[in-house]
Design a binder for this molecule. Structure first.
Ligand code: HEC
Length: 125
């Protein structure tokens, strides 16, 4: 038996976690998480870069990285402008290391990777 007091605390903690997730409005749905875990760019060359550099963070719901296919999260980023996003990848931002770990990527490749990740998971539905 869990004493009532403790149960209350657990409920509060769950509530706070739930609320903060709502606040940022960026909690990806299970469908988006499945999409992110399984989707790679159509171009084999781009897919190779994505798989060796970006996928480790952007395809997992456990990281702070905006999830591939999470349209709402990406729209907030895209609002900064593509040039800013590319610069932030090159310089690194928050939990993302410089170049998103792709040291030999050029600007055009970064743009294509960003466009790919920003395609909403339900775009084809
Ligand atoms: C080690 C993990 C990691 C890897 C690898 C990684 N990212 Fe990220 N990325 C993140 C995290 C975490 C954020 C959120 C950073 C923040 O806003 O605090 C992020 C954010 C971004 C953003 C948004 C930047 C902004 O200004 O809002 C872009 C664009 C991006 N990543 C592109 C890429 C690309 C392209 C690759 C592969 C070449 C890549 N990332 C690889 C972790 C990673």
């Amino acid at each position: 038996m869990i004493p009532d007091k403790r149960l209350g605390r657990i409920t509060m903690a769950a509530l706070i976690i739930g609320l903060s997730a709502c606040d940022s409005n960026t909690t990806p749905s299970p469908a988006i998480q499945t999409y992110a875990a399984n989707t790679i760019p159509a171009s084999p060359a781009l897919a190779a870069i994505y798989q060796r550099s970006c996928q480790a963070c952007h395809a997992r719901g456990t990281s702070d990285a905006p999830l591939t296919g999470h349209g709402a999260a990406w729209q907030q980023r895209l609002d900064k402008g593509m040039d800013t996003l590319v610069n932030n990848v090159v310089a690194g931002i928050g939990g993302m290391p410089p170049y998103g770990l792709c040291m030999d990527c050029n600007t055009e490749e970064f743009r294509q990777l960003i466009r790919f990740m920003a395609i909403p998971a339900d775009a084809g539905e």
